[in-house]
Design a protein around this ligand. Structure first.
Ligand code: NIG
Ligand code: FE
Length: 415
């Protein structure tokens, strides 16, 4: 069969394909990087990948040929933890935050997540769609082609459903693939201060409604000291599992609440944040399929400790990296900046970082059969970087290195 599109002369082609782990390598460095690579696309899918001369049998006279001029090409990157859909912004809390008022303290004063809840309740569906589209366009410009998007700024049923409907519209109205997560247990509304059990019941009652309307694939809880305890979280997760939700968790972000251990016990797809993970937590994750989804932009923005990424990776934990894009703890859509922080602060190596935002992020979303690597039969989602090697993309920080983005075989962004 011939290709519709061939990209050739790729200086470094990060296919993202997982290779057997070599001696002296971590289980995060084992991704394939081809020199002088090519990609052949048929329709919206990848039909062949290789290095060296493009086989002539792939080329017909209508095949479009693109010379990558020796640049880096990677799989479309995946941002597997975002709070994309929200009303308003929180620069009014910025000075307090810089002055050192703790994140949980701002929340207790009715600010933080609760102030974004107010803005999201007040926003119309169209306003939320338009704001999210603007963010997605920005994410795409950084090379991101799949984004996980959580609810959790509604807390009341009506607004939670509104946020999830926005996700459904985004799936239809723009190019980036959206994975929808219900996070009704993101904070305890003030009116439930003395009725925690009542709120938890409300979240549980919403599960079948969301399932029936097919509004979310994943369920997530903010399991944290002062938010939802390990026991309370477990209770909601067990119900969610009964309705067929896949699970992910905000775990051990500020205090250790044995969130990683809970993720392993309930076979979740990912445990996210993990700045305060314990030795036992690391042990639990390394003996599991749970992806440790690290969000170093949040540590950077909150001025907190970073997750012990080096230790986790050296012990064999599988790691993903995401922005955590949200209006409070990490207001940025820039996944490249997160990758650069991962290099500088988490001491992650270039191949580990690219694995974390491609195939491992895809696994954390249960999408690794379709996206996350440039392999035959997968979606033709890939990114051109204005760079000759992957190290340069991480080293030259704070700028956007993406020059072109292809989604489903079509050029959707060009610098
Ligand atoms: O992942 N930790 C909880 N949720 C978000 C923050 C949300 C917010 O501050 O609005 C997070 O950091
Ligand atoms: Fe988050």
């Amino acid at each position: 069969m011939n290709a519709d599109l061939i990209i050739y002369n790729i200086g470094q082609l990060v296919t993202g394909k997982e290779l057997p782990v070599k001696d002296g390598e971590t289980r995060m460095e084992n991704i394939e990087v081809l020199n002088n690579g090519y990609i052949a696309v048929s329709g919206s899918e990848i039909m062949a990948v290789g290095s060296g001369e493009v086989p002539s049998k792939l080329i017909k006279f209508t095949t479009k040929l693109i010379d990558a001029e020796g640049c880096v090409v990677t799989p479309g990157m995946i941002d597997s933890h975002t709070h994309l859909v929200h009303g308003g912004s929180r620069e009014n809390e910025f000075l307090d935050k810089i002055a050192g008022v703790p994140y949980i303290e701002i929340l207790k004063r009715g600010g933080g997540i609760l102030s974004s809840v107010k803005a999201t309740v007040e926003a119309t569906e169209d306003e939320l769609v338009n704001a999210a589209k603007k963010s997605l366009r920005r994410m795409l410009s950084y090379g991101v082609t799949t984004v996980e998007s959580k609810s959790g700024y509604g807390l009341d049923s009506e607004t939670e459903l509104k946020q999830l409907r926005v996700n459904e519209r985004l799936k239809l109205e723009q190019e980036v693939d959206i994975v929808s997560t219900f996070m009704g247990a993101h904070a305890l509304p003030e009116e439930y201060k003395d009725n925690r059990e009542g709120f938890i019941q409300k979240v549980i009652e919403l599960l079948p409604v969301i399932k029936e309307r097919e509004l979310a694939e994943f369920f997530d809880v903010f399991c944290e000291e002062g938010v939802f305890s390990n026991e309370e979280s477990r209770k909601m997760y067990i119900e969610a599992q009964k309705y067929g939700f896949k699970l992910r968790i905000h775990a051990d972000e500020i205090e250790n609440t044995k969130g990683a251990e809970l993720a392993k016990e309930l076979q979740m797809y990912s445990a996210d944040h993990l700045m305060a993970i314990s030795e036992d937590g690391i042990k639990a994750l390394k003996n599991s399929d749970v992806i440790a989804n690290l969000l170093p932009g949040t540590s950077f923005s909150l001025g907190k400790d970073y997750a012990p990424a080096r230790k986790m990776i050296d012990e064999g934990v599988q790691v993903a990296l995401s922005t955590d894009y949200n209006p409070g703890s990490c207001p940025t859509e820039n996944l490249q900046l997160i990758m650069q922080i991962a290099a500088l602060k988490l001491k992650m190596k270039p191949k580990e970082i690219f694995k974390a935002v491609t195939i491992n992020a895809a696994k954390s979303l249960g999408r690794d059969k379709r996206v996350g690597s440039i392999e035959e039969g997968k979606k033709a989602d890939f990114v051109f970087f204005d760079s000759k090697n992957i190290e340069y993309i991480l080293y030259h920080f704070g700028i956007n290195h993406t020059s072109k983005v292809f989604k489903n075989g079509c050029l959707v962004y060009k610098k």
